[in-house]
Design a protein around this ligand. Sequence first.
Ligand code: PRE
Length: 364
Amino acid sequence: MSEQELKALRLRIDALDEKVLELISERARCAQEVARVKMASLAEGEVPVFYRPEREAQVLKRVMERNQGPLGNEEMARLFREIMSSCLALEQPLKVAYLGPEGTFTQAAAMKHFGHAVISKPMAAIDEVFREVAAGAVNFGVVPVENSTEGAVNHTLDSFLEHDMVICGEVELRIHHHLLVGENTKTDSISRIYSHAQSLAQCRKWLDAHYPNVERVAVSSNAEAAKRVKGEWNSAAIAGDMAAGLYGLTRLAEKIEDRPDNSTRFLMIGSQEVPPTGDDKTSIIVSMSNKPGALHELLVPFHDNGIDLTRIETRPSRSGKWTYVFFIDFVGHHRDPLIKGVLEKISQEAVALKVLGSYPKAVL
Ligand SMILES: O=C(O)C(=O)C[C@]1(C(=O)O)C=C[C@@H](O)C=C1
């Protein structure tokens, strides 16, 4: 390519960037107008709701449907995710608590869902995320709920039994683990590998093959593991890209998870009910009496109405030995007439039924 051609193309890019810039600014001004309309239409004592997950899901879906390339749908949606995040910050900067410290996969999930224009607050434990949301110190919380290799995150399920929370969104993240070391680490004499217990489990076979005699130490998160090895000479950490970048660690081995499709699902928790989008999921907790056939009774109404169950988990209930609660996710919104009927039927048989929330299926 000649210098001339390159120059001409760059001039075209400059001109296009100017147009993109003007269009983004126009969109941002429009969002400011939306905020004004929302404020003006408030009833006496009503609190404005700026963040609208159902609308965001619609915007992102539309972008993906209309995109003609050459950028991929996900790539394009991610760009719009960030534009919308910045537009919302003009209306109201969202405060979001997540399972920290900085650099965790939960932080990456929070950014994937809300974009980067939020004020994010790392918390030391899942329960603290719930408490922070319950106290109203933040608008939303982000917690992991299930991993495709290791199953349910029980701390999260148990926290739902203790706190009144509304689930207002979900996001799924591909989890890639790397073996990381600090700049002073003697890589031929690693005697200890730190990570979160779930991450150690997700890399068990790889560790057995490559570091069978090295001590595996479970710590509170993989970002915490990354932070620790920074100053140690004989230790490595298993953590993801975000933690590696944050603590300036080197990758000794990449993508060491045993299953290539290893992914984790995260939930957004808050107090805001989300209206239907036509492509939603609902999460409920049900407690059944301890008698034969209770689970069957619970599942029949879903089957009879052709409702797609996406997950069912069991946890011991807090109220009595050997009694259980079921966490169930299914496709549909609790305001849909069909789902309403099913929930009514279940509540006739159940000891207790709580709708944790209906929310748009993850778009990204
Ligand atoms: O449509 C709205 O209600 C807006 O506030 C605008 C907008 C956007 O930028 O598109 C911004 C924030 C909301 O969460 C959803 C959408």
